[in-house]
Write a protein that binds this ligand. Structure first.
Ligand code: AMP
Ligand code: GLY
Length: 425
């Protein structure tokens, strides 16, 4: 098979690395890819926003299956475009991708199909939003309806903060049209974890659970990022909880989407808060998480290709997935200054030495090659990922590698996996 992966981050490096292990794969292309991906796939300089360029490339190169990493091209309708030309592609179409692209769409689906989530109200008028915020008080969560690169959700402890967040979204329009509607939501307390599943719109095939670490600094302090690290599985998610999430959250969502006339297929990703009253949905995403993919995919023992094919062909109930025992941990090494502004072009050293370690992969995110050297080219630079039987062993393996990789300004969290360690004690 000839495969095209769309994207160029750590998630896509992980997908390409796994696909490369499949005997069914003859050639992999990745658009645009990165320095790490170029060792496994032919990178093509087409951006993820250039949907026409991507579909023309897939036609010319006779691509058998395209896999979309990020949400933006899904929300823009890449799947509709490919399918319209008779090309196979993994991911939901434009209408179904609203599950992630519109928080109002997701909330309405959850209410209609009794899926546990926080109480909320939607606003289009800033004065009404202000009155409501003042009435219900804090803590409260303010959300822009649309895609805002992970920055459109503000958890507010003070009323003033909530009003400022509302103004930023509705009046200053900091996220443009993503702020056309505002969601004011009940603040949930508890631990978070993500459960992703493959789905063909009929049945689901859940993956091992995982936990991301969004704030930039140790102890969950500082501003939110795309994700500073992850581990899988999350000990919080016992087999009973996984079953509950499958039956009460993932399946009702997939079946609800179908009865509402959407043909949803690809990944359904539930971001969950484990409250005293049980797990509640914080958000749905319509793609692999980044860095969740970096820890979930290495634990997949089965070949990924037959699963992706079964999803695309609507035959998911016919396939099974086997998972490795043990844990995977990913520690993200970021550029100095990230998630604010940062410099690019810093030479990365210590990458070659890691290749002898067979329980470790350094997944590249923002990297490039300049004058035959691997250099930084983004905020999140590397996802150093290891796996082993126990969590302490995995953490030791990963952090030893992290400490031996160097670039100017590099920073990373030193407490990835600590919450899981506490639960396991
Ligand atoms: P989202 O993009 O909706 O997952 O939100 C990003 C982060 O904001 C989540 O990972 C939570 O930490 C937090 N968050 C979102 N919604 C709520 C809520 N209703 N209560 C508390 N925290 C929330
Ligand atoms: N790591 C969070 C996300 O991919 O949305």
């Amino acid at each position: 098979m000839r495969i095209l992966v769309v994207g160029g981050g750590g998630r896509e490096h992980t997908l390409v690395w796994k696909l490369k292990q499949s005997p069914l794969v003859e050639k992999i292309y990745c658009a645009p890819g990165n320095a790490g991906i170029s060792e496994y796939a032919q990178c093509v300089p087409i951006s993820v926003e250039d949907l026409r360029g991507l579909v023309e490339f897939a036609e010319e190169q006779k691509i058998d299956l395209t896999i979309v990493g990020p949400e933006a091209p899904l929300a823009e309708g890449i799947v509709d475009l490919f399918q319209g030309r008779g090309l196979k592609i993994f991911g939901p179409n434009k209408q179904a991708a609203k599950l992630e692209g519109s928080k109002v769409f997701a909330k309405e689906l959850m209410v209609k199909y009794n899926i546990p989530t926080a109480e909320y109200k939607t606003f289009t008028n800033p004065e009404e939003a202000e009155q409501y915020i003042k009435k219900v008080g804090t803590p409260i969560v303010i959300k822009a309806e649309g895609l805002a690169a992970g920055k459109g959700v503000i958890v507010c402890e003070e009323e003033e903060e909530a009003l400022l967040a509302m103004k930023k979204i509705m009046i200053d329009r900091a996220f443009g049209d993503a702020g056309n509607r505002l969601i004011v939501e009940e603040c949930l307390r508890g631990e978070e974890a993500s459960i992703l599943a493959f789905t063909d719109g009929e049945s689901i095939l859940p993956m091992v659970s995982s936990q991301d670490h969004k704030p930039v600094y140790d102890g969950d302090r500082g501003p939110n990022t795309g994700g500073m690290g992850a581990y899988a599985p999350a000990p919080l998610v016992t087999p009973e909880i996984a079953k509950y999430v499958e039956e009460e959250i993932l399946l009702p969502a997939v079946k609800g989407l179908k009865s509402d006339g959407h043909s949803y297929s690809g990944i359904i990703y539930a971001g969950l808060m484990f409250t005293e009253k049980g797990p509640k949905v914080l958000e749905f995403n319509c793609r692999f998480g980044d860095p969740e993919a970096q820890v979930v995919i290495p634990l997949l023992k089965s070949d990924l290709v037959p699963i992706l094919q079964a999803v695309v062909e609507g035959k998911l109930s016919q396939v099974k997935a086997e998972w490795h025992e043990g844990y995977a941990v990913c520690v993200v090494m970021a550029s100095g200054g990230y998630p604010d502004s940062y410099q690019k072009g810093m030479v990365i050293e210590g990458l070659e030495e890691q290749k002898a370690n067979h329980n470790l992969m350094v997944f590249h995110a923002g990297t490039d090659i300049q004058k035959e050297k691997v250099v930084t080219s983004g905020g999140r630079v590397l996802g150093v990922t290891g796996w082993a039987q126990t969590l302490p062993q995995t953490l030791k393996n990963v952090y030893e590698a992290v400490e031996s990789i160097r670039f100017e300004g590099a920073h990373y969290r030193k407490d990835i996996g600590q919450k899981a360690l506490k639960l396991l004690k």
